[in-house]
Design a binder for this molecule. Structure first.
Ligand code: PLP
Length: 348
């Protein structure tokens, strides 16, 4: 569980944080070209964005190596997680996922009456694929995988995950949330998207919120078999929730892969710096291939978080196996220096 949900954060004006490191946002984006595309689109605001959505779907289909009927756009990937949960769990059933993991889909499924079957991560923070395969039963309507995983930042071996997805998807759809894929050293080798082109019942969620630096602009997409896309979009126009400015921003961002690689490089540099500083204080950090890292604290979660926020540094504190863990998002180098200084002060 997340401790932040239990403290009155309204006491803290997030806009006044000097380092906002609590939501895994990209401190560098959106890129100047995206900003220009968005400003140039404001005058189109009287029209629906179906045409722009079509353009973006075509670009994504080409990039992912599938036809356009394999793509659904959405306002951020949260919307995909929720809509998938609605369709798969409106009549109950169960969802299998790792614990800890990103809870959005499982929370929605449980609200609809489904059961969550958590499977602990392995000792090296990978998905316990054997355990998860065993947890699948006749009531399972979906398996959720988050790779790289949030909140741990850890990755699961790509070859093993591919074999798991191939075999388990014969019984139930496997949903792979790849929100942080672009921060990995080798995204191409780690994505499961190729399985969709092979006809496997695998659903891949991606977002423009993280590496593209567009969290507040709300664009994400799903790559899945046409019948899975249909199960969500049938009789509804899935592009109705999209904003023409954000669509044009996403189109511009797709044309600028160099922005993503420069964000990845700066992110890696900040991660190495922060890891070095925190590890030198004797903390065990889970190796991360994402834009955040997590480690167990040596003090109570509540006073730690209060100390950090009082000093203008926003972080997230998770309660994992009854112990408080600090998850810190990578900001700019300057923000990470503020984080390190404040961390030393608060934990001294
Ligand atoms: N999936 C994961 C693993 C995330 O960490 C997040 C956001 O933090 C999301 C999905 C949802 O992000 P968005 O709706 O902005 O795409």
């Amino acid at each position: 569980s997340i401790l932040n949900e239990h403290i009155p954060l309204f006491n803290y004006d997030e806009a006044r944080l000097v380092a906002k490191l609590n939501s895994n946002e990209n401190p560098y984006g959106p890129s100047p070209k995206v900003i220009k595309a968005i400003s140039d689109s404001i005058t189109l605001g009287n029209r629906y964005g179906h045409g722009q959505a079509k353009v973006l779907i075509e670009m994504i289909a080409e990039k992912e190596g599938v036809s356009t009927d394999h793509i659904m756009l959405s306002p951020g990937s949260s919307d995909i997680l929720e809509k998938t949960a609605f369709v798969q769990f409106m009549n109950g059933g169960n969802v299998v996922s790792a614990d800890p993991s990103y809870m959005s889909l499982m929370n929605t499924a449980q609200r609809l009456g489904a059961t969550w079957k958590p499977v602990l991560l392995t000792g090296d923070y990978q998905h316990d694929l054997d355990g998860m395969a065993k947890a699948v039963d006749s009531e399972t309507n979906l398996v959720y995988i988050c790779n790289p995983n949030n909140p741990t930042g850890s990755i699961t071996d790509a070859a093993k995950l591919k074999a798991f997805c191939s075999s388990v998807s014969q019984k139930t759809p496997v949903f792979v949330d790849e929100a942080y894929l672009e921060f990995m050293q080798d995204p191409e080798a780690n994505t499961m998207v190729g399985l969709v082109a092979e006809g496997k019942d695998v659903m891949i969620a991606r977002t423009f919120s993280k590496a593209h630096g567009m969290a507040g602009l709300r664009i994400g997409y799903l790559v899945a078999l046409p019948e899975r896309i249909e199960s969500i979009t049938s009789k509804v126009r899935s592009t109705m929730g999209l904003c023409v400015t954000s669509l044009n921003g996403a189109i511009a961002s797709m044309k600028e892969p160099s922005f993503i690689s420069s964000c990845r490089n700066m992110n890696t540099e900040c991660r190495e710096y922060t890891k070095g500083e925190i590890a030198s204080l004797g903390y065990d950090i889970i190796p991360s291939e994402t834009s955040f890292m997590i480690f167990p604290l040596r003090m109570e979660g509540q006073p730690f978080m209060k100390g950090m926020y009082d000093n203008g540094v926003g972080v997230k504190v998770f309660n994992i196996e009854d112990k408080p863990w600090c998850r810190v998002s990578m900001g700019t180098k300057e923000e990470m220096e503020i984080f390190v200084d404040t961390f030393k002060k608060v934990t001294a």
